[in-house]
Design a binder for this molecule. Structure first.
Ligand SMILES: [Zn+2]
Length: 199
């Protein structure tokens, strides 16, 4: 049974997103969500907003709030996991929010924080390395209009592309198409992801 997103796209697949804000994004969460819907929706993939929460409700203690405003994502590799290279304690704490709030394992948790840095100090607009059993990504407050859609793309199995018109171009601040493009191969990859369900 096809569904529709808020942009009027009709879809036979859905990606379910849970949004949490521990930072104050330059591009609002709902603009970023609408941009993701405008990017994936024309390909029959609806981005569904399942739940949203802003600080301080998103974490348990004031200590955690302060600690997670600036997140160290280690090496930010897609295969970062329980072994070397591992998730940092901050990533585990952040993505643990999803567990405590019952985000289903085939859904994606996206968390906005003030700053995202690699362990060598490099600033990132976002990072999609996540535990193997939990789809999640982090977006920096200074992220571009397309950072959320791009990081969700990584969680869905997409890799970087050359040129500036594709969603998976990097950095996302240089994406020149509105909405960004997805190739037929990329659309097929997304539809095969465990984080994308047929409806
Ligand atoms: Zn990327």
């Amino acid at each position: 049974m096809p569904i529709r997103d808020e942009q009027g796209n009709q879809c036979d697949h859905v990606v379910r997103l849970h949004l949490r804000s521990l930072g104050t994004p330059r591009v609002s969460e709902f603009t970023a969500l609408a941009n993701a819907q405008r990017t994936y929706g024309p390909h029959g993939i609806c981005i569904s907003f399942e739940s949203g929460m802003s600080m301080p409700q998103a974490v348990d203690t004031a200590t955690q709030c302060v600690e997670l405003v600036n997140v160290n994502v280690g090496t930010c590799l897609m295969n970062q996991g329980s072994f070397n290279p591992r998730m940092t304690g901050q990533q585990n704490a952040m993505f643990g929010i999803g567990d405590t709030q019952n985000v289903p394992q085939n859904n994606i948790l996206a968390v906005w924080v003030q700053n995202v840095r690699k362990e060598d100090g490099t600033r990132l607009a976002g990072c999609a390395s996540h535990p193997a059993d939990r789809g999640a990504c982090v977006v920096a407050a200074a992220g571009s209009p397309w950072t959320l859609a791009h990081e969700v793309g990584h969680v869905l199995g997409l890799v970087h592309q050359t040129g500036s018109r594709n969603l998976m171009s990097t950095p996302t601040s240089s994406i020149s198409a509105n909405p960004p493009q997805l190739s037929a191969t990329e659309v097929a990859t997304v539809k095969r992801s465990r984080y994308c369900q047929r409806v």
